[in-house]
Design a protein around this ligand. Structure first.
Ligand SMILES: Nc1ncnc2c1ncn2[C@@H]1O[C@H](COP(=O)(O)OP(=O)(O)OP(=O)(O)O)[C@@H](O)[C@H]1O
Ligand SMILES: [Zn+2]
Length: 728
């Protein structure tokens, strides 16, 4: 009897064998017994026949769920690679890779259920016969065409749907999705701008490579027209009837981005991001798999989207940290993109104004083809960076007088000013004026942030929240006062300083959800506001043609971080922020207000720019034998008792030390994580490092089993992070 090899969603390294009376194709989902449970797994291989003498009795597959494989051999290869590279259970890799609905065993068909108006419903709508605003809205949304069930259920409550169904105003129908495959016959919907010389060189560089795998790094300063390069390099790919997958950072994916691609080619672009419903995601996944979409744009997990005719992969803002998953399977979508492009044998284009040192190093070492855009598109000039020394200055709303007058002059000329402060809330701490005690979150041992509009304190580490107390818990004095500046306070202060100027605050408190952000961004570009206050949401990839001044407040903390990646992250942030100014005809400038004007990193950025900084930083990493010149992994552990975490990591360290000489491995720790305590749990980590990536992997592979069998391994919460980028 045939035996199939199944990846089952359990935290165990191996896959499992099951019997079935006929062979099952790889990439098909099956329902299988596991212990006393029934689980949904994926067939990842076939074993010819069961060998008689193993003595094992295998269980049988309960049900084969798909008629045809849902996952092609490329995705199976990719899953196997992920399991190996991240030392992660294969079944859990598949859980990450599969759309949620497929994971749950739901059928995948070409048909879908939709709601439509009945004749009575049509009349009711036209004559406004239904009472109830929600019911009216629901009818109205079905006015033109049937709408899929999932979407209606997401927008309207069960009560509304039930009421309308019972009155026979709406009904469900089954519609066959139309398949439109030939995006190759697109017609350009807008005139393509003439590429600059540098753009033309980059475009030719990619196109001359042909259809085969190669990685390109497009290092182009902000506003240099990287997106235009993407548009022009994918044109021939689409013409050849091949698909393009574009990854963008979580925050960068706005309808504006999607709109640029739709407008150019006049074809439907599939969009995938975390805020969509499971059903909507599955549909885009399915459309791409069947070849109905020429372009799919999505955030991190979109890298798992199947493509029937893959032609190219693009990773925009490839340095962005949102490409790294921070829990479960901690993959890096950019690194996975390299693997995927290689497996699919298609070109990969990585783009950024501030490339990661990893990618830059690969380009400089000629493993990637390096393409550069050093000038801004359309004749815009580079933003001038300046440092403003705030020492001994009387600050108003946290801003020095000299800087306020610079702001005033930009505003008077009718331009927009962006003020960046990476701290939401009113103030980052509340303290007692009498005894100096701060009001701290008990489970994180960090000060609460004060949110004045809600009259509440909030812990930005664990989310805990409580009412603002009246008195100090230590000395009972009632003279509590806030300390430090957050965006909420900045907004209030600037409102008083510039009463006639319309301002908007963009942070996750003021702007909730993607739609709200898009509305605000549109309003900004329609010049509804002149003063923009915001956190890092404002730094990413947005095109603000009317901003001529960017002000950076309170960046001193970032200059003195214990994280060796902090300078890289800071330089990327500052450069991206500077890139928001002066993108159109008017020149832009940026002021960084600091108490450390002489800091070498600031001086380097101001005088030499990011490209120079990055090459210099690479040299430093090389001297210190840090990534990308070595490979790292981190084992994090946390528990309520600090001692327990420490003991566990000591034992882990011992296990790794036993093998370290074989692999030339270096171990540091146990060290406290940058955030030492969160939600009542103490957090420590162990850092593993080898000069060679392969050695690190062999070292981990030969030690991990020993770690897993430690008695404490089931008592503390621990995880392995390969190529960590964040030590918090
Ligand atoms: N060759 C060109 N001629 C004229 N305008 C261009 C050209 N290329 C790009 N542009 C325009 O320049 C502006 C910036 O281009 P684009 O958004 O592509 O830059 P980018 O490098 O992707 O920006 P960033 O990385 O800062 O987000 C856009 O308004 C774009 O339409
Ligand atoms: Zn907390």
């Amino acid at each position: 009897m045939p035996v199939v090899d199944v990846a089952v969603p359990v935290p165990l390294k191996q896959s499992f064998s099951y019997l079935h009376d006929t062979p099952v194709a790889t990439g098909v989902r099956v329902k299988v017994p596991f212990g006393n449970r029934t689980l949904i797994g994926v067939v990842i291989g076939n074993i010819e026949t069961q060998t008689e003498d193993t003595g094992l009795t295998l269980k049988s597959v309960i049900e084969v769920l798909d008629e045809v494989p849902l996952f092609d051999p490329t995705l199976i290869t990719l899953a196997n690679w992920l399991a190996k590279y991240y030392h992660h259970p294969i079944g859990e890799v598949w859980s990450t890779l599969m759309p949620v609905r497929l994971r749950k065993g739901m059928p995948l068909t070409d048909k879908l259920d939709a709601f439509t108006l009945t004749e009575a419903g049509q009349d009711a709508l036209e004559q406004s016969l239904v009472r109830g605003k929600k019911q009216q809205l629901c009818l109205a949304s079905l006015a033109d065409e049937p709408v899929e069930e999932g979407e209606i259920k997401q927008r309207f409550s069960p009560a509304v749907i039930k009421a309308l169904s019972e009155k026979a105003l709406i009904q469900t129908v089954r519609i066959k999705q139309e398949i439109q495959t030939d995006w190759a016959s697109y017609t350009l919907q807008e005139t393509t701008p003439v590429a600059s010389t540098e753009q033309a060189v980059a475009i030719a560089g990619v196109n001359q490579n042909g259809t085969e795998f190669r990685t390109f790094l497009l290092e182009g300063v902000t506003g240099s027209g990287k997106t235009e390069v993407y548009l022009q390099v994918i044109a021939p790919v689409l013409k050849a009837n091949r698909q393009v997958l574009i990854l963008v950072p979580e925050i960068g994916l706005t309808p504006q981005t999607v709109g640029r691609f739709e407008r150019r080619f006049g074809i439907k672009v599939g969009v995938l991001h975390s805020q969509m419903s499971d059903l909507a995601r599955l549909q885009v996944w399915q459309q791409s798999r069947r070849g109905e979409l020429g372009i799919v744009i999505g955030t991190r997990s979109a890298i798992f989207t199947p493509m029937v005719r893959p032609g190219m992969i693009i990773v925009d803002e490839e340095h962005d940290e949102s490409f790294k998953q921070q829990d479960g399977l901690r993959y890096h979508a950019r690194d996975l993109a390299v693997k995927r492009a290689q497996t699919e044998n298609v070109p990969l284009l990585l783009g950024s104004a501030t490339p990661s040192l990893e990618s830059l190093n690969n380009a400089l070492a000629k493993r990637y083809t390096h393409l550069q855009l050093s000038e801004r598109a359309g004749g815009a000039s580079h933003t001038q960076l300046k440092v403003l020394d705030s020492r001994d200055q009387p600050l108003q709303a946290g801003i020095a007088p000299g800087l306020l007058s610079v702001m005033r002059s930009h505003l008077q000329q009718g331009n927009q000013v962006l003020v960046f402060l990476n701290r939401r809330g009113y103030a980052p701490a509340v303290l007692c004026h009498h005894c100096g005690q701060t009001v701290d979150c008990k489970s994180c041992e960090r000060p609460f942030t004060y949110h004045k509009s809600q009259g509440r304190l909030q812990c930005h580490h664990c989310g805990a929240s409580k009412r603002m107390p009246n008195q100090c818990s230590a000395c009972h004095s009632t003279s509590l006062q806030t300390s430090g500046l957050g965006t909420e306070q900045l907004e209030q202060g600037l409102g008083e300083l510039f009463p006639d100027i319309k301002q908007v605050r963009i942070d996750s408190d003021a702007v909730r959800g993607k739609d709200a952000l898009v509305t605000r961004l549109d309003e900004i570009n329609a010049r509804k506001y002149q003063l923009l206050i915001g956190t890092q949401i404002l730094s990413k990839g947005h095109h603000f043609p009317h901003v001529t001044l960017v002000v950076v407040l309170d960046c001193d903390g970032a200059l003195f971080s214990a994280d060796f990646r902090a300078p890289e992250k800071f330089a990327q942030l500052i450069t991206q922020l500077a890139g928001r100014a002066g993108r159109a005809t008017k020149p832009g400038e940026m002021y960084i207000q600091t108490d450390n004007p002489g800091h070498p990193l600031l001086q380097e950025l101001i005088h030499n720019g990011f490209a120079h900084f990055a090459r210099h930083a690479l040299h430093e990493r090389k001297m210190a034998n840090l990534p990308p010149y070595s490979a790292q992994a981190v084992i994090r552990a946390e528990a309520n008792a600090a001692q327990q975490v420490h003991t566990f990591l000591q034992q882990v360290k011992q296990a790794f030390s036993d093998h370290s000489h074989q692999f030339g491995g270096y171990i540091a720790g146990p060290l406290p994580c940058l955030i030492e305590k969160r939600q009542g749990r103490f957090r420590f980590m162990l850092l593993l490092q080898c000069s060679q990536r392969a050695a690190l992997h062999n070292w981990i592979a030969s030690t991990l089993r020993q770690v897993q069998s430690l008695p404490l391994a089931t008592r503390v919460r621990w995880s392995l992070d390969i190529d960590p980028v964040d030590f918090s």
